[in-house]
Design a protein around this ligand. Structure first.
Ligand code: ATP
Ligand code: MG
Length: 573
């Protein structure tokens, strides 16, 4: 919760030596001291449209939009589209859809490319002030001159060109007179700075590439550091939040703004989200898509927002997770089980219950009248009384899961076996009597008897059964394809590689298992994309867009078992 009262916020900070959220505290302080006068708090979410958003971006989105919202401010969605060769409209469209799916709406939709003209004018201003110069060194030479962490850099022989010559060359760069890579514009700062980012960073490079928005209007493109802060400033962004790898760039961010004397946006950093068993980098995820290790950006095993949405994750569960992980000033790794825990927590509340048998085994109730059908009225969600009920048909032949029957039960096996009585959920008590086998000795049918007095699954005389099983009436069942997903990688840190080892060797070979003959209760024929289900005793599922009228496909979002509490307890112990 935000505390807009400055006094009590200060008190809170005194009580707690490590404030829970230093970004919130900083904004509260800026509001209190009226650092930006009466201007509103303005943030931005600045993705580069070079791939689909992933769970890491969700954290940044929650911070950028969430903090602005808490302080009554606004957030822009800004595409950082300064690398024309890697960017595509498909990515722009998916990013907008994903931000909205997560539950946020931007104030202004902006593009760094809208500022190319302004950025160019400001570059001319820096040249005229003697703060920028055209350098003819090659990229390799620029790198060699830059020095190292322990050695200062060397001045380029072109560093002291006259302002007139720089203006002339830069204009001609813009006019397309020079080939790619032949010249760059550099800021003139300090080649001996201990911060390598300050050793005359490149502002512009020549790139004769068509841009998806500006076409062939430009053949010089600004570098990230020059474009980002100035774009923030143009939009009057007060707080520009980004991940820790940009902390070393902050002095440069400030330098440009100070030299230009423009709106003083401030950059602040927080930790990048890393998840165990997961790869969070658009560039690397693109490789998996291109090399077809997954079916696309929205493969349900992908950590992209499109992937987890198709898998059945909810935006509410993801936001709750982002709130729970908080922020820090150092990078670490978060257990994927924690992400899953917040999904289960949310799905448990919203998922409709249904019965589905993934690996069916036919069960015949010998003393149940042939041709009779009963309908049991079953609650759709015991967690939500408003979710209503539905009729579930019951008849003489049903399917149960193969795992729920053993001819010779192992020790502590409480499910069905010959002579044992169990409960069919919401239906009856049954006792297994015999089995029918095929020529190969496989059990194809289990025969049993039922107790009519146990109707509804209630014990008629107080006798207890140790197991309650799900089932589906054979005559009413719909057959569906089920896709069971597991982690994409089998190693907690998939990029922790031995020499010569490829990340592909850490792919989990069992990340997708397809079951073709699952039997589902008939109400699932009405499942719609975006619905969430709990298949009782099995897990959370949702309809996949590959479904057709004749072939329904369900994705397993998550199995039921939650291992997060155990992990957390172990960590705390
Ligand atoms: P990627 O390597 O996946 O492409 P990026 O940082 O290059 O990530 P951008 O499109 O530039 O991706 O990111 C937009 C915003 O999202 C930035 O502010 C960035 O700091 C933030 N962001 C990206 N990845 C993460 C992450 N794993 N955790 C938190 N924030 C992230
Ligand atoms: Mg980036």
């Amino acid at each position: 919760m935000t505390n807009l009262n400055p006094e009590s916020n200060a008190a809170q900070t005194q009580d707690a030596p490590t404030p829970t959220n230093f970004l919130r505290d900083m904004i509260a302080e800026d509001v209190r001291t009226k650092k930006y006068g009466d201007a509103q708090i303005q943030t931005r979410f600045p993705p580069e449209p070079n791939g689909y958003l992933h769970i890491g971006h969700a954290k940044a989105i929650c911070i950028d939009f969430g903090l602005a919202d808490e302080f009554g401010g606004k957030t822009n969605l800004r595409f950082d589209d300064t690398n024309p060769e890697k960017e595509e409209q498909e990515y722009v469209d998916s990013i907008m859809a994903d931000v909205r799916w997560l539950g946020f709406e931007w104030d202004r939709l902006c593009y760094a490319s809208d500022y190319f003209g302004q950025l160019y004018e400001w570059a001319l201003r820096l040249i005229k002030a003697g703060k920028a110069y055209v350098d003819d060194l090659s990229a390799d030479e620029v790198r060699e001159h830059r020095g190292t962490l322990t050695e200062p850099g060397k001045d380029s022989p072109y560093r002291n060109r006259s302002i007139e010559e720089n203006l002339d060359l830069f204009t001609r760069m813009k006019n397309g007179e020079f080939p790619d890579g032949s010249r760059v514009l550099r800021a003139k700062i300090d080649m001996a700075s201990p911060n390598i980012n300050m050793r005359d960073p490149v502002m512009y490079r020549i790139l004769h590439a068509e841009h998806q928005r500006t076409g062939n209007q430009w053949c010089i493109y600004p570098m990230y550091d020059y474009a980002h802060g100035q774009s923030d400033s143009i939009e009057h962004v007060t707080h520009s939040m980004c991940t820790l790898e940009f902390a070393d760039h902050q002095p440069l961010y400030r330098w440009y703004i100070e030299q230009l004397g423009i709106f003083p946006s401030q950059q602040r950093e927080f930790d990048r989200l890393n998840l165990t068993y997961t790869m969070l980098s658009k560039r690397k995820l693109l490789e998996f898509v291109q090399d077809k290790h997954v079916s696309g950006w929205d493969d349900p095993r992908m950590p992209t927002l499109a992937g987890i949405r198709r898998r059945g994750f909810t935006p509410e569960g993801l936001r709750a997770f982002c709130a729970a992980i908080g922020i820090s000033r150092t990078n670490g790794a978060t257990d994927i089980e924690m992400l899953e825990h917040y999904q289960r927590d949310d799905l448990n509340r919203r998922a409709s219950r249904a019965m589905a048998v993934l690996n069916p085994l036919k069960l015949v109730i010998d003393n149940y009248p042939a041709g009779q059908v009963e309908f049991f009225e079953v609650a759709n969600n015991p967690e939500d009384p408003t979710a209503g009920t539905r009729p579930v048909p019951f008849s003489r032949e049903i399917f149960i899961d193969q795992d729920d029957f053993r001819e010779v039960p192992p020790p502590k096996y409480y499910r069905l076996s010959p002579g044992k009585e169990v409960r069919l959920r919401n239906a009856y008590f049954i006792t297994a009597q015999s089995v029918v086998k095929d020529a190969a000795g496989n059990i194809v049918e289990v025969h049993c008897t039922y107790d009519p007095a146990s109707r509804g699954g209630n014990s008629p005389d107080g006798r207890k059964v140790k197991s309650t099983m799900h089932w589906v009436s054979a005559a009413h069942a719909i057959t569906a394809e089920i896709r069971l997903y597991d982690k994409l990688f089998s190693k907690a840190d998939p990029y922790d590689l031995e020499e010569g080892q490829d990340v592909l060797s850490n792919l989990n070979p069992k990340s997708l298992e397809i079951l073709l003959g699952a039997k589902l209760e008939p109400s699932l024929a009405n499942a719609k994309l975006g619905d969430h289900f709990q298949f009782e005793r099995v897990g959370y599922f949702c309809l996949d867009p590959d479904s057709t009228a004749d072939n329904l496909v369900f994705n397993r979002t998550l199995p039921l078992k939650d291992s997060w509490a155990k992990i957390e307890k172990k960590a705390g112990a």
